[in-house]
Design a protein around this ligand. Structure first.
Ligand SMILES: [Fe+2]
Length: 443
């Protein structure tokens, strides 16, 4: 039996299969190239190689798209029939749990695998991404931190591991360490889009457009080509332009980089597209027919209700397109999910339903109800995953609802919070001025 590039024993005796598998591991950790094609090549060489089936299942499972259910089931079945080490069996169990909607259990199984095999960077990465979907901020930081004990500077995979730790530190508010580790990882390999992203988050949270825009735009020729994650880093660049109230730059990025194919229906890309257009909508920017096209792209998945975070973003697109009836229909699907089983039921009940109702109330012009519902769920919203930067759309929408609904105290309070977090953001200052204009004259 041969060991993979990190030193983990595998079930294959085929050097050719392992070479393809190792190529897939690099592709996955950098979010670049086509890991599925590399895994397929490995399985061509050794169809009994369970680790490759498990990796395939894990990748499709974490795409959070019901359309892959059949594909995942086939991968899990093939993997179970193959040869496997105990570590590979754990990978299969974790992917199965995730695919069946037992998200927290899947995350815990991947994390257990990474703890028992600290050089299993793939298990760690699946656990890390799982934390992101589940809003487990401390584990997002601490699980990769634990694996650092098994890596030394210069080891294969050390940089991507640092990138994961950096993002975890960022989500836990330790921006200095996040920035330093993220920059170190990018210095080791400028193609590491996740590490680039960790630093982008630091700049986003600080509202530091002077550092943030050059960080992303200046190195895009290195991190963007062939990256399956580039759309999200471009989205971050667009957010920084919005902080400068530069609608044109944000829209240009939407058209050229985030949504170059208006018919594309990869769910994670649709989420970012919705989140950017909704921010522009809040700003009163002219977005043309982009919402209509985006709402059409959501059509395939908008009622699947397998993940409440996605559902809210589908609702944003539908509301922006003026399709209130369809938005209400997606809300009904979220309510059905809330009454069901699994982790998404919990997310939908505690966060998804009130937020969907709050956004729909905003779309209907019921601003007081909108602000109340969104602010009521905001403190719990990490339960439905995403990053602080993504969930900032809750704060922005609630603030806009308060401004439009004449809720002076609420608007002033949130605007003050925002200018404190982002003292150099022109957008934050504009919001604060609008809030102050609502307020009665001070004595
Ligand atoms: Fe992000």
């Amino acid at each position: 039996m041969l060991a993979d590039r990190y030193g983990n024993p595998t079930s294959t005796a085929s050097r050719a299969a392992l070479d393809h598998y190792d190529a897939a591991l690099e592709s996955i950790r950098l979010y670049r190239g086509d890991p599925i094609a590399a895994l397929d090549a490995a399985l061509e060489e050794d169809p009994q190689f369970s680790a490759a089936w498990a990796a395939r299942a894990g990748l499709f499972a974490q795409a959070t798209d019901k359309a892959f259910a059949g594909e995942i089931a086939r991968n899990l079945k093939s993997g179970a029939q193959g040869r496997m080490t105990p570590r590979e069996a754990l990978h299969l169990d974790a992917a199965r749990a995730w695919a069946e909607g037992r998200y927290a259990e899947g995350a815990a199984l991947y994390a257990r695998c990474a703890q028992e095999h600290p050089r299993d960077l793939l298990a760690l990465q699946f656990a890390h991404v799982a934390c992101f979907f589940l809003g487990m901020q401390h584990e997002l930081r601490d699980w990769p931190l634990q694996a650092l004990r098994a890596f030394r500077r210069g080891d294969d995979g050390y940089g991507p591991l640092l990138g994961m730790v950096a993002f975890g530190f960022e989500e836990c508010g330790d921006y200095e360490r996040a920035d330093a580790m993220g920059r170190e990882a990018v210095a080791l390999d400028g193609r590491d889009g996740w590490a680039v992203h960790a630093v982008a988050h630091v700049n986003e949270m600080r509202g530091d457009t002077d550092a943030g825009i050059p960080w992303l735009a200046g190195a895009a020729d290195t991190w963007a080509p062939d990256s399956g994650f580039a759309y999200h880093n471009w989205w971050h660049l667009a957010l920084l332009h919005l902080d400068r109230e530069d609608f044109a730059a944000a829209l240009a990025l939407y058209d050229d980089k985030i949504r170059p194919n208006p018919d594309g229906d990869i769910v994670l890309e649709l989420v970012d597209a919705s989140a950017l257009l909704w921010r522009l909508h809040l700003l009163g920017a002219e977005t043309g027919d982009r919402f209509a096209k985006l709402a059409d792209a959501w059509a395939r998945t908008r009622d699947d209700a397998i993940y409440a975070f996605n559902d809210l973003h589908a609702i944003m697109a539908l509301l922006g397109a003026g399709r209130m009836v369809d938005a209400e229909r997606t809300l009904s699907a979220v309510r059905r999910a809330a009454a069901g089983d699994g982790d998404n039921a919990f997310m939908s009940r505690s966060v998804g339903v009130p937020l969907a109702e709050g956004f729909i109330a905003f779309g209907a012009g019921r601003f007081e109800e909108s602000a109340a519902k969104i602010l009521g769920a905001r403190g719990l919203a990490q339960r439905f995953g995403g990053s602080h930067a993504q969930r900032d759309i809750l704060t922005l929408t609630a603030l806009e609802a308060a401004l439009r609904g004449g809720l002076r105290d609420t608007a002033e309070a949130i605007a003050f919070e925002r200018t404190t977090h982002k003292p150099h953001s022109p957008w934050a200052r504009t919001l604060a001025r609008r809030a102050q204009n609502l307020a009665p004259p001070r004595a």
